[in-house]
Write a protein that binds this ligand. Structure first.
Ligand SMILES: [Ca+2]
Ligand SMILES: [Ca+2]
Ligand SMILES: [Ca+2]
Length: 402
């Protein structure tokens, strides 16, 4: 009976999800251009990985994140970089075999860290990968150090020392210098993002809950963000206009995605039937990505447009949990579908009509094997690579009858 009850519950959840997807399509039809759609594309699990998470994507379409190798300790991850052609794994140094890549800039410099196997006796060391070389550093001799993000001016943010303190420093040919620490008395803190103006956002543990902070390391000014009527909040990314996204507690103790605009916390809309949400990424077009969740259950990746309308991002496989983490200025989104790293990209229907079908295949086939600029079938990688080949066909087929 129990089994039966559970499967009925699962069925109900599935039905709820399908219904909300329907509701969405119906509601959003007026705001999403008919000739545009979001494709989902599998970035590929590195060999022998159980899962992989692409966390951020830059304007060149390079994504970085981390995953778990099946033979590693369960708490040990490996940093990964994806381009449209291949993946690179970042191996740690002796004694710090685990790694993660967390942020990158448009020059292709990547911020990350290595860590030892639990119980972390050797702690962590930060690195900036520049021109294929990992420049490993600790902020002070022997100190626990991580790197979480790097901006286009080479400013790095991370956590250093014990207890964990947020820092901002400059990375250049001489390594890491001019480190500044978050000027607050607190138990621990973690910065998550820095923009090109040098503004830093993250979370700080105070009395005794987490609060979002906005910090300008140059002036030393710190602003604490409110929650959404509850007690805690976490800030995850800031764009060049100073808009901040994250999630915060509501008065009814739920987690809710927010965008902070000119000093005001704005809760982002939920989908019908969902109780919780989180916003993790924002680009300079004010597009926001994250997920909505049914209480302790279904995770659905979404994007919020600047007018706060909500777009459901399609899964690789029906019923996959999906999450979105990063979005670049071209609107390319990275996240996960099930255990797989994915990219969502907006491209046009080749034949001008939904769905992706034989009409689109015919357009692609007409330019098959050709090379040149602006070929109609050149849909992959996003923006085209001047060739219509098997990779373009694969991108089309993965979204057949979308
Ligand atoms: Ca950044
Ligand atoms: Ca079509
Ligand atoms: Ca192509």
């Amino acid at each position: 009976m129990k089994e039966h009850g559970r499967s009925r519950l699962t069925l109900l959840l599935v039905e709820m999800r399908i219904m909300s997807a329907f509701l969405f399509v119906w509601c959003a039809a007026s705001v999403v251009q008919a000739d545009e759609t979001y494709y989902v594309y599998d970035l590929g699990l590195p060999l022998n990985f159980d899962y992989a998470i692409p966390w951020r994507i830059n304007n060149q379409g390079i994504a970085v994140g981390y995953g778990h190798h099946s033979t590693s300790h369960q708490l040990c991850t490996t940093g990964v970089q994806w381009t449209y052609r291949d993946t690179i794994q970042f191996n740690g140094t002796p004694g710090t075999e685990c790694s993660a890549a967390r942020g990158l800039n448009d020059l292709g410099q990547i911020a990350g860290y290595n860590s030892s196997l639990p119980p972390y006796t050797l702690g962590k060391e930060g690195w900036v990968r520049d021109n294929g070389h990992n420049n490993v550093f600790r902020l002070s001799e022997g100190a626990y150090t991580t790197a979480h993000d790097i901006n286009n001016a080479g400013q790095v943010v991370g956590v250093a020392d014990l207890p964990y303190q947020a820092y901002a420093a400059v990375f250049d040919a001489d390594g890491i210098r001019d480190a500044k620490r978050l000027p607050l008395t607190h138990d621990r803190s973690s910065p998550h993002d820095i923009n090109d103006k040098g503004q830093v956002v993250g979370s700080v543990l105070l009395d005794p809950t987490w609060h979002s902070f906005l910090w300008d390391p140059n002036s030393g000014e710190v602003t604490l963000l409110e929650s959404l009527g509850g007690s805690w909040s976490e800030a995850w990314q800031i764009n060049e206009a100073g808009r901040i996204v994250g999630f915060a507690e509501t008065a009814d103790e739920r987690s809710r995605a927010f965008v902070y605009v000119d000093g005001t916390m704005i809760p982002l809309p939920l989908l019908e039937g969902y109780t919780d949400s989180a916003a993790i990424g924002i680009n300079n077009a004010n597009m926001i990505v994250g997920h909505v969740q049914i209480e302790d259950g279904y995770l659905q990746a979404v994007a919020w447009y600047p007018d706060l309308t909500i777009l459901v991002l399609p899964p690789l496989n029906e019923l996959d949990h999906t999450r979105a983490f990063g979005v670049n200025d071209k609107g390319q989104i990275v996240g996960t579908s099930g255990q797989h790293p994915v990219i969502w990209t907006q491209i046009k229907y080749l034949d001008g009509r939904r769905p992706i079908d034989i009409g689109d295949l015919a357009v692609l086939a007409a330019s098959w094997g050709l090379e040149g600029e602006g070929l109609p079938g050149d849909i992959w990688p996003p923006g085209g690579d001047g060739r219509v080949d098997i990779r373009d066909l694969a991108a089309l087929l993965q979204n057949w009858l979308d």
